[in-house]
Design a protein around this ligand. Structure first.
Ligand code: TXA
Ligand code: MG
Length: 327
């Protein structure tokens, strides 16, 4: 007997289907995405590994498939500026950049709307969302067939180079994802430029749109990556990245008097990451449960989470949340 195990530790080999980029293939792909599955698809930059950005479990599976060591926030792909306005607060500067560069290889980091409906795991609990409108006809056709926002990091195992052909995707992720839409080689081959408009415009990652082209629209040269040591590049690396107001006590087996409890597996709590000990479910619940318990205001005791699979990223994030912070 080999019990079916959907957690991140020993993912069942999935029979990864290769789909053609025509209407029948895209309709199958959209159905898989609606059911919470993962589909790799071409964009003009690199292949993305897409999942429904509103479905926390689907997004958690993407982290598991890539074996990402930490929950770095993901880029959300949408069909156009109207869809962006439904998710984010779009300033006049952002509107101007959108008009100039979308669809295309520019990602904007914008304030997330309260009613956006994006799974907290996508933004790793941040109040901002990285969003872009891709130009590739297959990506656009898939977004239209699916009809919602797609969270999609590059479709490669963590730490490996980004895939620009269907063969690259299969070499890295065959057996770990549901399907791949084969759209040939990606024309840009380099990831999108990420620009944050939180404060002075600043490039977080150089990419397909050069700084000079952004400057022509902004009227000023955007700051370059690393220009401001007080604002580190990768939000996932910040100790204060998710900082609940309440103190966190890790590896707790029961709450002390005055604490609220976040459970896992056999350790119960006021809320539980996963009563069944499923790390995919736990990842999907992590940020939403921390936010909910933090609203209570009492210190939070957290049950032990095993260190394997997605547990590594969950523990990384919990350790950052528990880290002492400066005033
Ligand atoms: O070209 C691309 O951008 C490709 C294709 C598939 O669209 N996607 C891609 O995604 O490169 P990924 O997940 O490999 O890179 C996402 C980057 C990370 O470096 C992350 O730190 C940053 O985007 N990011 C995401 N959300 C952010 C946020 N709210 N604030 C700052 N940075 C963010
Ligand atoms: Mg990547």
């Amino acid at each position: 007997m080999c019990p079916r195990n959907r957690n991140a530790t020993s993912p069942m080999a999935l029979p990864t289907q290769t789909l053609s980029p025509d209407a029948p293939g895209l309709s199958v792909a959209a159905g898989i995405l609606r059911a919470g599955g993962m589909v790799a698809f071409p964009t003009e930059t690199v292949y993305g590994l897409g999942a429904d950005a509103r479905n926390g479990q689907a997004v958690a599976r993407v982290f598991a498939a890539k074996a990402r060591p930490a929950f770095n926030p993901l880029i959300v792909h949408v069909s156009g500026i109207d869809a962006v306005r439904a998710l984010c607060l779009v300033s006049p500067v952002a509107e101007a950049l959108a008009a100039a560069f979308w669809p295309g290889p520019l990602t904007l980091v914008l304030p997330l709307r309260n009613d956006a409906g994006i799974a907290p795991l996508v933004t790793a609990g941040l109040p901002t969302l990285a969003v872009r409108v891709p130009a590739h006809p297959v990506a656009r056709a898939l977004l239209s067939a699916f009809g919602g926002p797609l969270a999609a990091p590059s479709a490669n195992p963590s730490g490996r180079i980004s895939p620009t052909t269907a063969a690259h995707v299969m070499a890295g992720l065959a057996g770990r994802i549901d399907a791949l839409v084969d759209g040939g080689a990606c024309p840009v081959g380099l990831e999108s430029t990420i620009l944050t408009l939180d404060g002075a415009p600043r490039i977080l990652r150089a990419g397909g749109i050069p700084a000079e082209a952004l400057a022509a629209v902004l009227g000023v040269m955007p700051l370059s990556p690393g220009a401001d040591p007080a604002r580190p590049l990768a939000p996932g690396q910040l100790a204060s990245h998710y900082a609940p107001r309440a103190a966190l006590r890790l590896n707790a087996l029961a709450p002390a008097p005055g604490e609220v409890m976040l459970g896992f597996g056999a350790v119960p709590g006021d809320l539980t990451l996963s009563a069944g000990g499923d790390l995919v479910e736990a990842a999907a619940n992590l940020f939403a449960h921390l936010h909910a318990l933090d609203r209570d205001g009492r210190p939070i005791a957290v049950a032990p989470v095993p260190p394997h699979g997605l547990g590594a990223a969950i523990n990384d994030r919990l350790a950052r949340a528990a880290a002492p912070r400066g005033g």
